[in-house]
Design a protein around this ligand. Structure first.
Ligand code: ADP
Ligand code: ASP
Ligand code: MG
Length: 406
């Protein structure tokens, strides 16, 4: 018996039959004597179609209103699940983000959770209610509805689990755990029984969308054990926990890819102090995150500067840099959306040399050209053409000995 947070993703609540399936799972957990708090995503595809609808109507929808719209996806599933549980005689109560006390900053579309004042959830749970919370949303200090960024209901779940000191936060999704790479593109991907917060942080930040990165940050900070598992079977999934002695110590433990970045190059930028600040300041002011940055050295007094931004911010970033280029006297601004960042990760690579060489050789053997490279202690990332992403992932997975035995 314990206090269990269960989060169900978009596919798991994708239609009424699946919501019914979720209701049965929740009921079963409750009947075993557990207290249950459920966090829901919108039905698969709903957030996308709401975004499309807004853009069909207005070129630049107001971000505040977009959040009011997007929050309805999760409102729908929370109400549906709660009424289904009621009809099965379970005392369920749905709550929107603000009712659950999820307080965020005011960055519409990508708000950060500041705290969760979970008094109401706790009271209801103490009275043996099943609380069903709409994920992905919160409320800023002025009472505006905010959303947490794509995939954000994972973060809602872990933040609420931390606030109510749940024994475990179960993330139910369409795969039965965390694999060495995306099992939907690599049939030899291997399911892991456990993964450390640090390794998962690295994988999430590099594109493994099975857990949204901020959810892993919360889990690590508040020590919340996270169990990623399938909503379609009863199998044990993968535990995300602190590193322990019996975790596998591989040099490379995961391969990830991210197709949601775009590349921008400023050509023939004057090579003098202060220029990089002029290039990146307006991007930062627009709230756009820059990921990789590469500056080439050329003979003479000019240089090329290349960097990547999220694809969603590409048009805005390109427009900003076209203005910057005029101001600083750069000759051209080039952009490419059809790129992918492929990465290998593993805390074991800290003390190993040769990982980068093996990565480059493997890509070369597949005839895949590398556009940009970046490294840290526990990862190496290469930007390649988007169409080679899957091929690169599979080749690297094999080259680093991660394939499951047949
Ligand atoms: P949900 O809607 O349940 O939140 P997501 O689509 O956000 O589900 O995340 C689950 C998906 O994450 C899987 O279908 C899989 O394609 C993808 N994925 C990427 N990398 C991994 C990985 N290393 N292990 C498991 N799944 C992964
Ligand atoms: N519905 C939101 C999205 O599609 C949040 C989530 O599913 O986690 O991004
Ligand atoms: Mg998700």
């Amino acid at each position: 018996m314990g206090l269990i947070v269960q989060k169900y993703g978009g596919t798991s609540v994708g239609n009424l039959e699946r919501i019914q399936n979720v209701a049965k799972r929740v009921a079963k957990t409750y009947d075993r004597g557990n207290d249950v708090v459920v966090i829901l995503s919108a039905m698969a595809g709903v957030t996308d179609s709401l975004i499309e609808m807004a853009h069909e109507l207005c070129e630049n929808p107001l971000k505040r209103e977009l959040d009011v719209l997007l929050a309805t996806g999760e409102q729908t599933t929370a109400a549906l699940l709660s009424m289904k549980l009621h009809s099965m005689s379970y005392p369920a109560r749905s709550m929107l983000g603000f009712q659950a006390g999820v307080r965020t900053d005011c960055t519409f579309g990508n708000a950060r959770i500041l705290d969760v004042g979970a008094t109401r959830i706790r009271e209801l749970v103490q009275n043996r209610h099943v609380v069903v919370v709409a994920g992905f949303q919160g409320c800023d200090n002025e009472g505006n509805i905010t959303t947490l960024g794509r995939g954000g209901s994972d973060t809602s779940a872990v933040a609420i689990a931390a606030a109510i000191k749940a024994d475990v936060c179960e993330i139910y999704t369409d795969v039965d755990g965390i694999y060495t790479t995306d099992p939907n593109i690599c049939k030899n991907a291997r399911k892991m029984a456990k993964i450390s917060y640090d390794e998962m942080l690295e994988m999430s930040s590099l594109g493994a969308k099975v857990l949204e990165i901020r959810s892993v940050e919360f889990a690590k900070k508040f020590n919340v054990p996270v169990h990623v598992r399938s909503s379609f079977n009863e199998e044990e999934g993968t535990m995300v926990v602190n590193e322990d002695a019996d975790m596998e110590r591989l040099v490379v433990s995961g391969v990830t890819y991210n197709k949601n970045e775009a590349r921008i190059t400023l050509r023939k930028v004057p090579d003098q102090p202060g220029i990089a600040a002029k290039v990146f300041e307006p991007i930062a002011q627009a709230g756009i995150n820059v990921d990789m940055i590469v500056q080439n050295v050329r003979p003479g007094k000019q240089t090329d500067l290349t960097f990547t931004v999220p694809s969603a911010n590409f048009d805005e970033a390109l427009a900003i840099e076209k203005k910057v280029a005029e101001d600083i006297g750069a000759t051209d601004v080039l952009g490419d959306k059809n790129i992918a960042k492929v990465s290998v990760t593993g805390v074991g690579m800290k003390n190993h040399s040769g990982v980068a060489t093996r990565m480059f050789t493997t890509l070369a053997q597949e005839n895949i050209n590398i556009d940009l490279i970046s490294t840290s202690e526990i990862r190496i990332s290469c930007v390649v053409k988007e169409k080679y992403a899957e091929l690169a992932v599979r080749a690297l997975h094999t080259a680093f000995g991660l394939d499951q035995s047949e």
